[in-house]
Design a protein around this ligand. Structure first.
Ligand code: ADP
Length: 499
């Protein structure tokens, strides 16, 4: 990818930072300690704003507010229809602020402004509307029992939920698990990642504007080991939802177990295989492979980071891929010509570059990229390795950056064996530490005879169609992401949702 020189005139007015304090019980307040931390613009490495640094005492206050809003407040007592109505209004208000929200994520996370406008923020509104529609459709069952007994199930909101959010999709990850919890009548404490606190605070403000009662959504900005850990181990939080690294996921589960045995939902890392067979349209497959690994600069759990290409088309594929990688222009996320912005922060930038160095030392060959770009900020070239062995670190570790490992495989027949081969790749992932517990893995097979086959289930037989069976409502009470969202999300990853 070529690089657009910095300071190219941005057509977009940068957003004013309006909210930098904690959002507790419907009000913006300073942290108890008075401490703040810097949030950095990854385009330049410069400070955007100082944000309140929440810690245990602030989490306690937020939990008190959420507890009150749940135990005594109107939210869980309203009819589902009424909660749904407020959520619909929330989605409408978010729609009215698409540009501002996309711009906040662009300066805070380095995400493309145009994709934020086309994908991230509209996804937020769609998620909220989807679950708003589910709010008045939460049903139990009548169980057939003996004559004297009447058995039934009742789906009730769990209570106060803690949501710990990653930095790669600051907006959609805020709502992926919180929207179903809201629909069910839960109240919550949301902790955005320390790298990307800005849009989360804005969502707190917009919730109030939509008429969401005070204390239903509380936003605590701060660090993981302090504010995040306080959420995971809190005695008055009934469920914790976490999306992030496998390593931290383990800590969350442990903290939940050693505190009050709160319920846990985890969505962790991946090293997703993409399999491309001889009968695939090579041109299309190359586009898909690049989109898979370069979308959101590779900062995505379902990035196609391991690409297996069948030997019959391998050479042609490599040639086309190298050519097409040039179209992935690195540059300012506000510049409409850019397709990759900067990595989220210095730490990720350094980590990715060290993986690239490691790949070279291990004997993989660089087909393209491999270097940082620009004089400032955290930009990295789209990078593709060939001659990768499956046991190399670049092929086993989640790099979370624009780095693809390309591998060749031999398989005679496509149907039948394709499923077996994919299953083996998925199985392999399961044996490593790179797996997640809710949407464990994604493998995509590109083949003309199989079309696009996607899987993200732990069970071998399940595929997207079988999963999308409308169990979302049943899961909504716990704030668990429904299959429909996963499908929607994957569609966007594959570019079907992009204009
Ligand atoms: P990454 O390693 O990709 O930065 P993390 O898993 O560290 O992702 O971060 C995801 C979220 O988890 C962030 O909101 C972060 O603050 C939070 N977090 C990090 N460490 C902890 C922890 N020990 N307990 C609770 N939350 C944490």
């Amino acid at each position: 990818g070529s690089y657009i020189e910095e300071n190219s005139a941005s057509p977009v007015k940068l957003p004013t930072i309006k909210f930098t304090r904690l959002f507790i019980n419907g009000e913006f307040v300073d942290s108890v300690s008075g401490k703040t931390f810097e949030t950095i613009d990854p385009r330049t490495g410069e400070v955007i704003a100082r944000v309140a640094e929440g810690d245990k005492e602030d989490v306690d206050l937020a939990v008190k507010a959420a507890r009150k809003a749940f135990d005594d407040g109107p939210w869980p007592r309203m009819s589902g229809a009424e909660r749904g109505r407020i959520m619909m209004k929330y989605a409408d208000i978010i729609d009215e602020h698409i540009e501002e929200l996309a711009a906040l994520d662009a300066i805070d996370a380095g995400k493309l402004f145009s994709w934020g406008k086309a994908v991230d923020i509209p996804t937020v509104a769609r998620l909220i509307r989807y679950y708003a529609g589910a709010a008045d459709k939460i049903h139990g069952e009548v169980l057939k029992m003996s004559r004297e007994l009447h058995g039934y199930t009742l789906r009730e909101p769990i209570g106060v939920a803690g949501h710990i959010i990653p930095w790669n999709f600051p907006s959609s990850m805020f709502f992926m698990m919180s929207a179903p919890a809201l629909a069910a009548g839960c109240t919550m404490i949301v902790k955005p990642a320390e790298q990307t606190p800005l849009s989360a605070l804005f969502y707190g403000h917009l919730a109030k504007q939509a008429g969401m009662p005070d204390g239903v959504i509380n936003v605590i900005t701060g660090y993981g080991p302090t504010a995040g850990a306080a959420i995971a181990s809190h005695m008055d939080i009934d469920k914790v939802c976490f999306t992030g690294s496998t390593e931290v996921g383990r800590k969350i589960m442990q903290a939940a177990a050693t505190s009050n045995l709160k319920q846990v939902s985890l969505e962790l890392g991946g090293k997703s295989p993409l399999l491309i067979f001889d009968d695939a349209d090579v041109d299309k497959a190359a586009d898909l492979a690049l989109l898979g690994i370069l979308y959101n600069k590779g900062e995505i759990c379902v990035a196609s980071s391991r690409v297996f290409v069948q030997e019959g088309i391998y050479d042609e594929f490599v040639k086309i891929l190298k050519e097409k990688a040039k179209d992935w222009v690195v540059g300012d996320p506000f510049d409409p010509r850019s397709r990759l912005g900067p990595q989220v922060d210095k730490q990720q930038f350094d980590k990715i570059l060290s993986y690239i160095e490691h790949g070279k030392r291990e004997g993989a060959s660089l087909l393209t990229g491999g270097k940082p770009v620009g004089k400032k900020g955290y930009f990295i070239e789209p990078t593709v390795f060939t001659d990768v062995k499956e046991e190399m670190m670049i092929a086993t570790d989640e790099i979370f950056g624009p780095v693809m490992s390309l591998m060749k495989f031999k398989e005679k027949s496509i149907t039948g064996n394709a499923r077996q081969f994919a299953a083996a790749k998925v199985e392999e992932q399961r044996e490593t530490r790179y797996r997640s517990s809710e949407i464990p893995t994604l493998s995509i097979i590109v083949s003309d005879s199989l079309k696009f086959f996607m899987r993200f289930s732990r069970k071998e037989e399940d595929d997207v169609e079988e999963k999308a069976d409308g169990r979302v409502v049943a899961e909504a009470a716990g704030g668990v992401v429904g299959p429909a969202e996963a499908v929607m999300f994957l569609q966007m990853v594959l570019g079907f949702g992009l204009k």
